[in-house]
Design a protein around this ligand. Sequence first.
Ligand SMILES: Nc1ncnc2c1ncn2[C@@H]1O[C@H](COP(=O)(O)OP(=O)(O)O)[C@@H](O)[C@H]1O
Ligand SMILES: Cc1ncsc1CCOP(=O)(O)O
Ligand SMILES: [Mg+2]
Length: 280
Amino acid sequence: MEEKKKEELEWRRKTWKLVSKVRLESPLIQCITNFVSMDLMANTLLSAGASPAMVHSLEEIHEFTPRVSALCLNVGTLSSSSLPAMIAAAKLCSQLDIPWVLDPVAVSASSFRFDACVQLVQFKPTVIRGNASEIISLSSCSLQSSAASMGVDSTHGSMDAVEAAKLLAQTSGAIVAVSGATDIVTDGNQVVGAHNGVPLMQKITATGCAVTALIAAFVAVDKSHALDAAVSALAVFGVAGELGMKMAKGPSSLRMHLIDSLYGLDEATLQSHVNITSLC
Ligand SMILES: Nc1ncnc2c1ncn2[C@@H]1O[C@H](COP(=O)(O)OP(=O)(O)O)[C@@H](O)[C@H]1O
Ligand SMILES: Cc1ncsc1CCOP(=O)(O)O
Ligand SMILES: [Mg+2]
């Protein structure tokens, strides 16, 4: 069997195995996240079989965070009260070897947010997932980078961010995922592309946040293979978007059908849609 076909079959196997593991183990995923995406993140996790907990306050971190399977930090509506809780949670996960993922939403929007992301990266996230502009900004380590976008939406395509993602992975030690038409995932050396999803997903607010939460659930059940887990989560979320698109009339109904498709995903359907390739 030719190499490409073997790789394709291997990714199908890995991805379904992780979907099954999340459904079986129902990992507890703590999300300290933004007010916009809280609902979609929680429902994405629940539909995938995980157990979301949007536990935010600093006073609860020392008791709750040690009990979670993974942590998801998202700076979308960062504030002087949420940041200390994020730092405390990230520090605990780093000390207790609990996987955690970072979503640097609109990292270039302000120096407060940029500095917060740089500080959080010091606590060794397992995965960093952002759109292309966010990853280019964070990788450049300077707020004045060319990627300073106007807000949460990317002004770059994912393929523009491959080198920036590799550099960020090398300097941070994290797996770095760049979402877009092709989702790019790298450990700083290997680069894998997940080619699933539909453009209309960009018109639903919080789909990026939601897929970062799904990455946390997949990493929770296979933390020693974080790159594969991140690729699989991105592919699964993209397949749910493709299936939902067949029934949707616009972004609002796609949001609904995407969640339903994620909940009802079966092995045969997933395997006939998953499209993952090595990029370099
Ligand atoms: N052009 C596209 N084609 C297919 N899927 C896309 C496209 N753009 C984004 N997506 C998907 O939509 C989701 C959100 O990605 P994105 O919009 O890049 O993140 P963010 O919302 O953080 O900016 C991801 O699952 C991504 O794979
Ligand atoms: C609009 C907005 N503003 C602050 S967070 C947020 C949601 C961003 O979600 P995503 O990064 O998934 O588009
Ligand atoms: Mg985002």
